[in-house]
Design a binder for this molecule. Structure first.
Ligand code: AMP
Ligand code: MG
Length: 350
């Protein structure tokens, strides 16, 4: 009997390290894919031994992203959002749970940021046309007329009938600052449901890092240098299982007479936001929250933006100001490394 016990013990001792090794080598297999959707390039990197399963998870994710885009775009012939906008001041429009959820979140963040984030910004966004072939500096009168229409309080949400309406004709919703975030959360859900534990997905600057790297160490994410070419970083942050979203003045813009006009609008002025920030990065669990907050903080500026962030739990930020200073919230400082001496770390606000 003792012999048998010894044998079993020996067998277990041999098998444990074997299983551990096996796990590691399997996970080193990486499946990559890139697609264009939601107006941006979306990159998948899945680390899993089962390529077929990973490929299936990517295909399902892409399908889901396109579904979200088809419901919430304002750049195609039709979508649920276009239907709402066309019926502003006229009718309630019934929408799918996806669209209702994202509009409701956008409305919550509009309130929370006291209108720095405003989901009804669409008329001004369209007027500037930043990122399109028709980009131009509008006349002040044109801005003034449309500013009257920008007001998140004119959104009516009817939970019971899952219907949405804007109070005034001419008002319109733009979900460009939040829909990619929602897509990121949905991708994470789908990958996780397929049993994927290690993945890195980048939806045009909205990063979803699932789990840790294969060796158990945190993911390293570069913060784009707003003043330099794409791919050049000011800092690196380390995260595990987080969403990391950046809003920056380098994403979509045009330059006229040496001045940069970018795509994040201050709903109070109708001009590209100039609150002293050139990039704001939010790190949190849900990508939809990170996306909405990165835009809101950009418009609010360093002090007001930080006040908003500090009121929230489990939300960290990296904010770069126009005078090349970087502010990192306390919970992220240990995991932050400056990599460009052109920028200076701000220890406190005063
Ligand atoms: P993001 O890159 O996430 O900061 O989102 C910017 C996009 O959101 C723009 O291209 C507009 O479509 C839209 N947008 C611009 N300004 C605002 C704002 N103040 N509130 C909400 N959405 C905005
Ligand atoms: Mg955003």
């Amino acid at each position: 009997m003792k012999k048998v016990t010894n044998f079993v013990f020996l067998l277990i001792m041999i098998m444990i390290p074997l299983m551990a090794c096996n796990n590691q080598s399997n996970k080193a297999n990486v499946i990559q894919e890139e697609v264009f959707a939601l107006g941006t390039i979306i990159e998948f990197k899945i680390y899993d031994d089962d390529s077929k399963k990973a490929k299936e998870a990517i295909d399902k994710s892409i399908q889901r992203i396109r579904e979200i885009e088809d419901k919430m775009t304002i750049n195609k012939d039709k979508s649920e959002l276009i239907e709402i906008n066309n019926n502003a001041g006229i009718n309630f429009i019934y929408v799918s749970p996806d669209t209702f959820f994202v509009i409701k979140k956008a409305s919550e963040y509009s309130k929370l940021s006291q209108g720095a984030f405003d989901l009804t910004i669409e008329p001004i966004v369209k007027l500037w046309g930043i990122g399109t072939d028709n980009a131009r500096i509008p006349k002040q009168e044109e801005i003034d007329v449309l500013l009257d229409l920008i007001n998140y309080e004119d959104l009516i949400l009817d939970e019971e009938s899952q219907s949405v309406m804007l109070r005034k004709k001419g008002q319109a919703i733009d979900l460009g600052a939040i829909a990619k975030g929602y897509a990121g959360d949905e991708v994470k859900r789908i990958l996780t449901e397929h049993g994927i534990q290690t993945a890195f997905v980048n939806l045009g600057g909205n990063v979803v890092a699932i789990g840790t790297k294969v060796d158990g160490s945190p993911w390293k994410i570069g913060i784009q240098n707003p003043l330099d070419e794409r791919g050049s970083h000011v800092a690196v942050i380390e995260v595990k299982d987080k969403a990391v979203v950046t809003s920056g003045n380098y994403e979509r813009y045009f330059i006229k007479d040496g001045k940069r006009y970018h795509h994040i609008i201050d709903p109070k002025t109708g001009y590209p936001a100039e609150a002293g920030i050139i990039s704001s990065t939010i790190v949190t669990d849900q990508s939809i929250d990170a996306d909405a907050l990165s835009t809101a903080v950009y418009v609010m500026g360093l002090e007001k933006g930080l006040k908003l962030i500090e009121r929230m739990e489990n939300v960290e930020a990296v904010i770069i100001t126009e005078d090349n200073q970087i502010y990192v919230t306390a919970g992220l400082r240990e995991d932050f490394k400056l990599s460009n001496p052109q920028f200076q770390l701000l220890e406190n606000l005063n």
